[in-house]
Design a protein around this ligand. Structure first.
Ligand code: CTP
Ligand code: MG
Length: 182
């Protein structure tokens, strides 16, 4: 029993470790966001905004850079132990940028469905950035992705991410960084 608890704990920590660039870039976009929207305020052919004011250039670039910095720190730490793998730089970049790219793609479809900015979409709001990070990483480094993101690791991530996401957003809401606690 004790061994199983330890095994699950190690698996969870290792899964979270792989996602750190995405786990940093996503909330840092909220912290650093504001200013010019990525769609420059323009509308799509349906008359709705392409992405909306919630997706800004500063959020995208600032968030991506923070995620990459976190990943570079991971690359320095991992050779010191056997528990954590060292992500290649390309994966660090695709995990950070992919997370925000996934969030942008979601907003694009949210606007097409005429959801106002900030309207909640259960699970999609929590997992958009995970899917974006995975897809871009798979495209740019499929060998590393398949080696490290096993089915069990991905399942762990799908379970822990909405919980972590919810906790950070409640925190973000209380420190007044976010307008909604989701
Ligand atoms: N943010 C940003 N740039 C990004 C992502 C997020 O500036 N690329 C900032 C915005 O201030 C945004 C806040 O973080 O309002 C929260 O992000 P999110 O929940 O993803 O956006 P919403 O405002 O909820 O918009 P949407 O309905 O399009 O998801
Ligand atoms: Mg939102």
């Amino acid at each position: 029993m004790f061994e199983i608890v330890i095994l699950v704990l190690v698996l969870t920590v290792q899964a979270a470790w792989l996602m750190i660039p995405a786990y940093i870039s996503n909330p840092m976009a909220v912290v650093l966001g504001g200013g010019k929207p990525i769609d420059f305020g323009k509308n799509w052919i349906d008359g709705e905004r392409i992405l909306g004011d919630g997706k800004t250039i500063r959020g995208l670039t600032g968030g991506t850079i923070c995620g990459i910095i976190a990943g570079i720190i991971q690359m320095q730490i991992s050779p010191l132990n056997t528990l954590f793998v060292s992500p290649p730089l390309i994966a660090v970049i695709t995990l950070s940028f992919g997370a925000l790219f996934g969030d942008i793609v979601k907003s694009f479809f949210k606007r097409r469905m005429r959801f106002r900015r900030g309207a909640p979409l259960l699970l999609i709001d929590q997992l958009d950035f995970v899917l974006g990070a995975w897809v871009l990483t798979y495209i740019f480094d499929p060998v590393w992705f398949i080696d490290n993101f096993t089915v069990i690791t991905m399942l762990v991530i799908l379970v822990i991410t909405p919980v972590l996401h919810r906790l950070t957003n409640i925190l973000g809401y209380h420190v007044k960084l976010k307008k909604e606690p989701w």
